[in-house]
Design a protein around this ligand. Structure first.
Ligand code: BGC
Length: 796
């Protein structure tokens, strides 16, 4: 197993275990299981969680005297639990062993990224020198998205007797993985039934509370040497107990194979009948493992990014987790991009704007998956229309946090763990999420050439978001411009003006500039629709010339505030107090969550020029300098290089990086302008999860947006890659720390196009096919073609 494909931990550290569990999660896009030790149940150290994509449940809880509803990605029964103890011939039974046991001598966790296999090896030895080696191997099947398996091997050293093994299917689980949510009701499963079938099969069936999704798990346990089980069950779970003889140099094995079925699967079938039927046909472990490995090989061929060295190893881990959350199987599901993967319960499995950072990779490697994720948004267009209508607006207003239905799922109150206070959460005012959805539609169509989608579902999304912006913008005669008021920008810290009675800030530059962009693209898409489709859509959406004239006007006259020669994050940002950053750093060390620190002090971050994450600078992430100039130019503002550079350095000094997205975006922006500090931010983004830089948050789930963003930083950021009709434009920027890399991408009808970057030059290889040549546009305007079956080199 080559080092570049391995992720490993070689000692047991209880404090690090939640991080290990998150980073060793295995999944196949349909469901995932955290990389927890099979010996342990949920507690403060261990948290075995299994999550099914899109399986949410709604409960009402009372916190701070208020009733709050929360919709959570449901933690499913634990299928991995395996307890064991030694029964030596010459002594009393030992204790049930776990990594906490005094007898633990060695503990190693290996994640094989190429094969998608998690191995955990433990070695115990008691005071009399009696040893037991335990090796677990786990897979969540990439080929068959309903299946997972775990094989455990026991080997005795210096004694003989038996190992008593309990194979447990544990339905007594709750959503309890995030300390901050412990006040919320987390018991999402009810109506449990349990039982056994022949052939070592145990099963559990239960349902979520609301909307009552039925879930069935069938687990087959097979031992070698084969032994009958003593089977006991209660209403919440099953236990199969085996007594396996062990002698030195001969091992005993236990294989648990899981089939997971739910009432949302297609074709529809009773989940329990389907699960207990399918488990009888699930292959034995070796065959299951080879089919799983072969499926991963296919996924890697399409998805791999190869970068030499340690950065490349981390990037591969990022690709791995992205593909476990959103795999080719996702194309068959109605799910969005969960911000924290299927790896934990932070943010309750909700879908934010983070797909903005995830879709570019999928556009290039797995366009069918990208399209499916956009369809998740399309199916929730009626909910977004309804949200706009209730707010007194037109068009579609996508929710800041989305889950099953597409209604707003942002919590009404959030806890500041520092002060212990529950506070109103106004982050739902981040209306910019709608522009992110529209942006993703447009970019997907540009990257893939899928005009069919753009002209149907895509156009509808874009036009409805544009319509919302045109209606939300209010003309201010004093400014002679349109304004969008009462919102929150990506920064999130600023949710109101100091001492204001109502939440929201006005004219967030990012919100307004991207709204102008959406309006302009809405007009573009209408312009390019075939006549019949244009008439049909205009009629269905009741779009008339008067409304389109307003779009044109708003798209050219939205207000973007400036102060001191820089773009203002929002109107009045420049009037806020300056924070004494050094004093806060000295006093608190880590000040990423400055909002919590200030609130706990009885102050508020709203008073200061202090941002959580890139906000105005997000513009420099979405748009290249020339595109940004064009966008501002259309709005009647001159945004020259000098103003943009001044804006970048202004906000860099005033940002606490309280989100993992922040360093990523700053890394991009600086790399684009060849800023000296680019690598510092890129490196921080690379380390965000593996080093858990936000101080304990990764254990609650990976940061999928930041992970995907780092991959994209290499694939599109460093290469300056864009898809153009018939081919690619490549305009590399130098990032000395990542001088060489290779990846394959889809470009129009060409699949498996290979791009190789080396210092000073790059190559493009187009696989043999009946397609025409691929056009390559280069810096300085040169245009070449690469024939199928050919590789061509270019100077960088
Ligand atoms: C960030 C948001 C992000 C969310 C989910 C928050 O901390 O501020 O921008 O969408 O996390 O990842």
């Amino acid at each position: 197993m080559s080092a570049g494909w391995t992720w490993r931990y070689d000692r047991y550290d209880p404090e690090r275990e939640p991080l290990v569990e998150a980073l060793c999660t295995l999944g196949n896009g349909r469901f995932a299981t955290r990389g927890s030790a099979p010996e342990c149940t949920a507690g403060t150290t261990h948290y075995p969680g299994t999550y099914l994509a899109g399986c949410y449940d709604r409960l009402t809880s009372t916190v701070a005297g208020q009733q709050v509803e929360n919709e959570d990605l449901v933690n499913l029964p634990n299928w991995t639990l395996l307890r064991y103890r030694c029964l030596p011939d010459d002594g009393p039974p030992g204790d049930w062993l776990t990594p906490e046991a005094e007898e633990l001598r060695r503990y190693e966790v290996h994640l094989d990224l190429r094969a998608g296999v998690l191995a955990r090896r433990l070695f115990y030895e008691d005071a009399r020198g009696r040893g037991l080696r335990v090796s677990h191997v786990r897979v969540v099947h990439m080929g068959d998205p309903g299946v997972a398996a775990q094989r455990t091997l026991f080997r005795a050293y210096g004694w003989k007797g038996a190992v008593e093994v309990r194979s447990v299917l544990d339905g007594d689980v709750t959503n309890g993985g995030v300390e901050r949510y412990r006040h919320l009701d987390g018991r999402h499963l009810g109506g449990h039934r349990t039982g056994f079938d022949s052939g070592g099969v145990a099963w559990i069936s239960c349902r979520t509370v609301d909307p009552g999704i039925r879930i069935a798990m069938a687990v087959r346990t097979v031992t070698r040497p084969a032994r009958p089980a003593r089977e006991t069950a209660d209403s919440l779970g099953t236990v199969q107990t085996y007594r396996l003889p062990v002698v030195p140099r001969r091992s005993a094995t236990v294989v648990k194979t899981l089939v997971l079925r739910t009432s949302t699967d297609r074709p529809a079938a009773d989940p329990l009948t389907a699960a207990t039927d399918l488990i009888t046909r699930a292959p034995a472990f070796p065959r299951l493992l080879s089919a799983h490995t072969a499926a991963w090989q296919r996924v890697w061929e399409q998805g791999e990014l190869h970068v030499p060295g340690e950065a490349g190893r981390i990037l591969r881990l990022h690709v791995f987790h992205l593909l476990q959350t959103l795999s080719p199987h996702t194309a068959d599901l109605d799910v969005g991009v969960p911000a924290r993967g299927l790896h934990g319960e932070a943010y309750r499995g909700h879908v934010f704007w983070d797909e903005l950072f995830v879709l570019p990779y999928l556009d290039l490697h797995f366009p069918e998956v990208a399209r499916a994720l956009l369809m998740y948004r399309y199916r929730r267009l009626p909910a977004a229309r309804e949200a706009a209508r209730r707010a007194g607006h037109e068009g579609a207003m996508y929710p800041w946090q989305s889950a099953s239905s597409g209604r707003e799922e942002t919590q009404a109150l959030h806890l500041n763990p520092r002060s212990g206070r529950w506070l109103p959460d106004h982050s739902r005012l981040q209306r910019h999420v709608g522009s992110a959805v529209a942006f993703n539609v447009w970019r997907y169509a540009q990257a893939t050439g899928d005009r069919g989608f753009l002209h149907s579902e895509g156009a509808e999304i874009l036009l409805e978001v544009a319509r919302h912006w045109a209606g939300a913008a209010v003309y201010d005669p004093a400014l002679r411009r349109y304004r969008i008021r009462g919102v929150v920008g990506p920064d999130e810290y600023h949710d109101a003006y100091p001492d204001a009675a109502a939440p929201g800030i006005d004219d967030n530059a990012y919100t307004n500039a991207t709204a102008a962009w959406v309006l302009a693209r809405g007009l573009d898409v209408l312009g390019e629709l075939p006549g019949a489709r244009r008439s049909e859509l205009s009629e269905r959406l009741s779009l008339d010339d008067g409304e389109l004239a307003r779009w044109e006007d708003v798209s050219r006259r939205l207000y973007v505030p400036f102060h001191q020669g820089v773009v203002s994050q929002f109107e009045g940002y420049g009037d806020l107090a300056e924070l004494d950053w050094e004093a806060y750093r000295t006093r608190y060390g880590d000040i990423r969550r400055l909002d919590r620190i200030l609130e706990a002090e009885g102050d508020t971050v709203n008073r200061y020029q202090a941002s959580k994450q890139a906000d105005t600078l997000m513009l420099g992430y979405l748009f290249r300098p020339e595109e940004l100039n064009g966008l501002f130019g259309r709005l009647g503002y001159a945004l020259d290089d000098e103003t943009w550079r001044a804006t970048v350095s202004y906000y860099l000094r005033r940002t606490s990086h309280g989100s993992t997205l922040s360093s990523l975006v700053h890394g991009w922006v600086l790399a684009r302008q060849r800023g000296a500090d680019a690598w510092r931010y890129c490196e921080e983004a690379l380390l965000a999860d593996v080093a858990d830089v936000q101080g304990g948050t990764t254990g609650e789930g990976i940061h999928l947006g930041a992970m995907a963003g780092t991959i994209d930083l290499v694939e599109r950021g460093i290469t300056g890659l864009d898809t153009v009709p018939g081919g690619l434009r490549v305009a590399p920027v130098a990032l000395a720390e990542i001088p060489r890399f290779t990846f394959t991408l889809c470009c129009g009808r060409h699949r498996g196009v290979r791009l190789r970057m080396l210092p000073g030059r790059f190559a493009i290889r187009v696989p043999a096919s009946p397609e025409g040549p691929l056009t390559v546009e280069r810096p300085g305007g040169g245009r070449s073609t690469v024939e199928p079956g050919q590789e061509r080199w270019f100077r960088r």
